[in-house]
Design a protein around this ligand. Sequence first.
Ligand SMILES: [Zn+2]
Length: 311
Amino acid sequence: MTEEKAIEYLIEDFGEEEVSKWQERNHILSAPDVLYYADAYGDLEDAILLQAWDKTLPERVHKGLLDSGLDIFEGVNTNDLEKMRCPSCGSDMWEIEIYSGSNYTHREWINDWGDVTGDFVEFVASPDDYLWNADPEEDHAPVLCSACSHDAHYDFPRRKADPGYVAVHYGETDEISGFSVRGNLVRWDFEAYDNMTDLWVLPGGHEGLPRALAESTLTDWLDSHNWTEIAFETVRKAAYQGIGRRTLEREYKRLATEWAEGDETHPDLDFTYVIDFSTFGYPSFFVNDAYRDALLAEIIDLIERRYSRSR
Ligand SMILES: [Zn+2]
């Protein structure tokens, strides 16, 4: 459709005075596009604001743009937006760029509910944000949608030893830290430490164990770094067979919880090990092959001492 024809239709619908008001301000950049949005949403001013925007966006996104308070008339490269997905829930998201004068633009996100970037948006592109996407896919956005941003921290374990938590003991420095895994998101728990990422000494760094747990490739991670798992079954086979299974279970869980939780309650070992509450069932210990026997002996020693004291 030609400009002239589109203007004719607009005048028919909204009156000559109204249309020429916008023409005089040079706000009608493409009359056919304005007509398209005027037909879709019935309002001339909204149509002018949306005229340069991607027509394939869902209606809720168009409405969200109009309601956003952003100066969407100053959108940059708006006609063909790349659809991405929230890395947590998979809902559609688009990054938008708005010109704000003096050669400066700012970027915002909008999701398919029409929610626009607010203070609550969680960036999950890098571990520096302490919450990151450990299993990224090509179309994953670097931010969570507004709903997931809001819920993100509630979804993670509150306490150490809750399901999903992974405690890390650094033998050299005798420090404890931990992270938790929820789907493909990992949260680094850095309480009491200023810069926990410096302490990330497990094989593969932040892309090692957290990613293996998020991607369910733990066995590969253990194998390729000569680490091994000490599971409840390992302990059960090695422990004094006179201890009943229920007692052993109880003491094993108690020990794992105590060691995960406190500076005071974990043993003084000079090698690094991990207590994993994130996989299904009993907690497990991960340690370098070289220290497997020492860690297993420590676990069994404590369980047996408690067992004999209770008799
Ligand atoms: Zn989401």
